[in-house]
Design a protein around this ligand. Structure first.
Ligand code: NAP
Length: 266
């Protein structure tokens, strides 16, 4: 791809959930790109081809590689090693891997002779151009390619990327907590849709508020909200000594270990 934002030829190996989100993000942005997707998953790759003029479904993974310069790896780890070893990469490929648990050093071996190899952490909301996209190592061209998707977030250190990646394992617990709160409201007699909407809106607004407060720890926000004798102070006093936060730390550590990293054990 040129340094002057000429059309980028992108390819996706593995057309599953996260690849579909990224393809949608690129195709609904200002990015000048053409996208080749691998034939699996058949329904998803055909769906993307019919939705977006920029997308073409290749007949094989090798055809994706042969027709692209920026290659996104969006395979599950269990199949990735075998599949990547069977493909012929070129020296001029830039490889952006969404696969968390394959270390960058190992990836470099798997995709030789390509030498520009990056790990990238998108989440499904990139389809809507939301959030940050951590990637490693920092690189101007990669940041420029990712920008149409969402805000690029360059990192230097692979353990740090893995620590942030571990947080993404809290998506299900996050929604499960919202469901618990909503169900409690509904069991008490609230209208289900009112409870759903208000819960989602409050969590979204609090997260937006926190994100805007650079340099402020979340603990400070928790203390600010805990008016002495108020509702929040009481709830925090009841929840903090229990197992909730310990369970959260243990889950994060268990995820981190799956990246081959030692646990934090704070
Ligand atoms: N989902 C996320 O939010 C997210 C975020 C960041 C990173 N990631 C990482 O991205 C990778 C993909 O995750 P995902 O959630 O998108 O999983 P997924 O929906 O299961 O997508 C993987 C896709 O790979 C296809 N596939 C399997 N074997 C293949 C092969 N040999 N050649 C080409 N395609 C093949 C599968 O096709 P079939 O359906 O036909 O089996 C499937 O559609 C994982 O490593 C995951 O950890 C995911």
């Amino acid at each position: 791809m040129g340094e002057n934002q000429q059309s980028v030829r992108m390819g996706f190996i593995g057309t599953g959930n996260i690849a579909s989100a990224a393809v949608e993000g690129f195709c609904t942005s200002e990015a000048d790109c053409s996208i080749l997707v691998s034939p699996r998953n058949e329904v998803k790759s055909k769906g993307l081809e019919s939705r977006f003029t920029q997308v073409r479904r290749a007949r094989s993974n090798q055809e994706v590689l042969d027709g692209s310069e920026v290659v996104f790896l969006a395979l599950r780890p269990a199949v990735a090693r075998a599949e990547l070893s069977s493909l012929r990469f070129r020296e001029d490929h830039t490889v952006l891997s969404f696969i968390p648990v394959i270390p960058r050093a190992e990836l470099e071996n798997l995709v030789r002779p390509a030498s520009r190899v990056f790990k990238v952490l998108p989440l499904p909301y990139v389809a809507k151009h939301l959030g940050l996209v951590p990637f490693l190592p920092p690189d101007e061209s990669v940041a420029r390619w990712l920008r149409p998707l969402a805000e690029p977030f360059p990192l230097e250190n692979e353990r740090e990327l893995h620590l942030l990646w571990a947080i993404t394992g809290l998506i299900s617990p996050f929604f499960a907590q919202m469901e618990e709160v909503r169900n409690w409201c509904v069991a008490g007699g609230a209208d289900p849709e009112h409870a759903r909407r208000y819960t989602a809106s409050m969590y979204a607004c609090l997260a937006a508020l926190a994100e805007g407060k650079a340099g402020t720890g979340f603990g400070e926000l928790a203390r600010e909200a805990a008016t002495p004798g108020g509702l929040n102070e009481m709830a925090l006093r009841m929840i903090e000594p229990g197992s909730t936060f310990r369970d959260l730390r243990q889950a994060l550590d268990a995820i981190l270990v799956r990246f081959g990293e030692p646990p934090v054990k704070p």
